[in-house]
Design a protein around this ligand. Sequence first.
Ligand code: HEC
Ligand code: HEC
Length: 202
Amino acid sequence: MTFPHLALLAAILVACAFHPAAAQDAARGATIAAERNCAGCHGAAGVSELERIPSLAGQPAEFITLQMILFREGLRQAPPMNELSQGLEDQAVEDLAAHYASLPAAPPPGLAPRDAALAERGRQLSAALNCGVCHLPDYSGRNQIPRIAGQREDFLRHTLAQYRDSQRRGTDTNMNAVMYGVPDDAIAALAHYMAHQPVRPE
Ligand code: HEC
Ligand code: HEC
């Protein structure tokens, strides 16, 4: 499979890296989120209560910005987000990102009880596959690397399988390489472990 639009992605990365942070306005982002009813799916405070829909609260702003641009440009195929990101200018995307980054992360509502054996397997896999090297040891993410601590378990399972099966790509292929050949039961253990990671108070 080829990965088109590399020049466009390079331009996006440069834009993200050098855009002054002061230009993002979380209050303006909150207004746009209300107009577009993002809360209808992602939860009132950015903490999702719906199956397979990720929480956005406490994600690094750069990660949200980049994903919205990938959706808008059709480089991450994830209905309904491709449709919903149409017509959002870069400024609106950055404001939305600042808004969600400013909301406190919270544990996923309705999380299945912690299974000690499954969580321990997830912990060992995470150590072996170096998840914490990129996502940080507390899995809170940084820059373009998402928070995965306290993300919804069903979404984590779904998206990790997508990386493995090359149905999802970021601006690089790091996650596809990490997940290459990882079986479903190992994905389930990783998702369970990450969903149960404590969310660090701000
Ligand atoms: C109709 C439901 C719906 C609405 C409304 C919606 N989203 Fe989403 N969003 C989703 C789903 C479903 C996904 C996950 C897609 C996938 O990867 O399978 C998603 C994914 C995302 C992601 C990627 C997060 C991650 O962790 O990978 C971002 C960022 C996002 N949405 C932002 C927004 C914003 C901002 C709005 C409002 C402009 C919005 N969404 C409105 C359903 C919705
Ligand atoms: C070499 C660095 C690196 C390593 C190691 C790594 N990741 Fe990632 N991860 C990333 C980057 C970069 C992204 C964003 C990619 C994109 O844009 O799709 C990401 C995205 C993700 C996402 C998507 C989250 C969301 O909200 O959309 C999940 C889940 C994830 N990683 C889990 C893991 C797990 C579990 C491991 C260990 C098995 C791991 N990662 C190891 C760099 C890494």
